[in-house]
Ligand binder design. Structure first.
Ligand SMILES: [Zn+2]
Ligand SMILES: [Zn+2]
Length: 517
């Protein structure tokens, strides 16, 4: 072996390393590969394997983010115009009330059995009382039912088929874009015409509760249309930095139906009031170890618990916030495999490799100021029942722990790069394509393996371990990149060759063949 150290040292020079990273990235290689040690359990042979980091953000690893996005596009395409019902995935998690009821029933049976056996039931009676409290709480502030006709929901998930006079069958699906309501007039660059009257608080709250509002829309649509409507949705900010959502629905839905359901959909946030600031910055409540709660810094008085604060919301009180969509929406019917379908899938996946805030860069001072004012409004807005900001309003947050300080909650919603929306960027219904993202990943890998005529390996034959930087066989970042670059070049060459081969074979077979859809 020649001396690799000197060369490795030269390549470790920042300029050379930057160039190496750039070229690797340009060839579609991962720039943060993870090193795994693979031991062949039959032969004892150890091989070092580099696998892609799997990042979804452009800023972390462009190649992996691009692959993740194209996988999403594939998933979107697969489910949109599905003709047959997909396989039923795992059952949906129970809703909270159902969980409490099940526990309550269980406790009752155990109590009755204990009583019949002449045992002490004090503990079970206590448990039953607590469960009754939870049940009462979960039913008290039920969401009002929207003003919509309700139909029984059938388990059908595929759309209607239309047959033209010439016998051609169409199965149109929908592409919908939904936005939040107006918070004040905005200019073309997305900034408010009058920042003073722009409703930043409502903008902040709508963003925080956007995911819940979307869930409610889907529930209402299913009840109204009477079938198990399936969707693939992508959430991203508009230029004015309010979230909007592009949705691919399977099956055609009329604009009139959509308008009615959107108008009737709202999400009520039954949280305690934040009208009065009880503890301003610098006078935050302090943790009390004995009770596991927060106390007033001056008087030592216990702050109400989250449950007590919820119970104090009266029958006549208003919800903290009511989130709604704006009246404007954009809906179009889309046929499978058309240019329109491809364009819409492009919209749906366009911004997936960027942070919410990275979708629209602030180019001007006005845009930067607008973003800063929104982040300001989000700073003291509670993002969840467990948010430290509740202390500002004199309430112990849910599941309290020491160290909470109002205005310093680590929740994603408060961060400048998320702009209030902490949810997932892609929302898919359970029966979209009948496949998980992992299934799509595996299918793609199987295709590559077949295309390149690689030998299939038996997974049970190997043992895998992650190599940590302190291990003796750990590769330096530069060496990892060199391996990735080499691998990419060889794969691309092999793939080009495989594609050429299959094209040649198709041509040899003649023009009538090889056009399978
Ligand atoms: Zn990567
Ligand atoms: Zn928070």
């Amino acid at each position: 072996m020649t001396d690799g150290t000197t060369r490795a040292a030269r390549l470790a020079h920042p300029l050379a390393r930057d160039a190496l990273r750039q070229i690797t990235q340009d060839r579609g290689g991962c720039i943060r590969p993870v090193q795994l040690r693979r031991t062949d359990l039959d032969t004892g042979q150890v091989t070092q394997i580099l696998i892609p980091c799997g990042a979804t953000l452009d800023t972390t690893c462009p190649a992996c983010a691009k692959r993740a996005r194209s996988l999403r596009a594939e998933q979107c395409r697969d489910g949109w115009h599905l003709e047959n019902e997909p396989a039923d995935p795992a059952p949906a998690p129970d809703d909270q009330q159902e969980t409490w009821l099940t526990l309550r029933a269980h406790a009752q049976v155990r109590r009755d059995q204990a009583a019949a056996a002449g045992e002490d039931t004090a503990e079970l009676d206590q448990l039953i009382a607590e469960l009754d409290d939870e049940l009462a709480r979960s039913t008290r502030h039920r969401q009002d039912t929207p003003d919509l006709p309700r139909r029984p929901v059938s388990s059908r998930t595929t759309g209607k088929v239309y047959t033209a006079p010439d016998g051609t069958r169409y199965r149109p699906s929908m592409f919908l874009t939904l936005t939040c309501d107006s918070y004040g007039r905005v200019r073309d660059d997305g900034t408010p015409a009058d920042p003073g009257s722009y409703d930043y608080q409502r903008a902040a709250r709508d963003a925080i509760h956007f995911a819940a509002l979307f869930d409610r829309l889907i529930q209402n649509l299913r009840r109204y249309l009477g079938y198990d409507v399936q969707y693939f949705a992508a959430v991203e900010p508009q230029r004015r930095l309010a979230p909007h959502v592009h949705v691919a629905f399977r099956g055609a839905i009329s604009r009139a139906d959509l308008r009615q359901v959107i108008a009737a959909t709202y999400h009520q946030v039954w949280w305690p009031s934040t009208d009065t600031v009880r503890y301003d910055t610098g006078q935050a409540p302090v943790w009390h170890e004995g009770t596991g709660r927060y106390v007033d810094p001056d008087t030592g008085e216990l702050l109400p618990t989250w449950d007590q604060a919820l119970d104090a919301i009266g029958i006549d009180d208003q919800p903290l916030h009511v989130a709604r969509f704006g009246p404007k929406f954009d809906a179009q019917g889309v046929l499978a495999g058309t240019r329109d379908a491809r364009r819409c899938i492009g919209y749906l996946t366009k911004y997936l490799t960027k942070h919410v805030a990275g979708c629209h860069r602030a180019d001007t001072d006005a845009q930067a100021d607008h973003a800063a004012r929104l982040v300001d409004a989000l700073r003291y807005e509670p993002c969840s029942p467990a948010c430290g900001n509740w202390l500002r309003y004199g309430i112990t947050p849910k599941n309290p722990r020491p160290g909470l300080i109002p205005g310093q909650c680590k929740g994603k919603a408060h961060r400048a790069e998320h702009l209030g929306y902490a949810g997932r960027r892609v929302l898919t219904s359970r029966k979209w394509s009948g496949k998980t993202l992992d299934d799509h990943r595996a299918a793609r890998k199987a295709w590559l393996v077949a295309m390149l005529e690689l030998p299939a390996t038996d997974p049970a034959r190997y043992q895998w371990e992650r190599v940590s930087p302190s291990d003796r066989d750990a590769m330096s970042p530069t060496r990892r990149l060199l391996h990735i670059l080499d691998e990419r070049s060889r794969w691309q060459g092999a793939l080009t060759e495989a594609r050429r081969r299959s094209r040649d074979q198709a041509q040899e077979r003649g023009p009538q063949e090889g056009f399978a859809a």
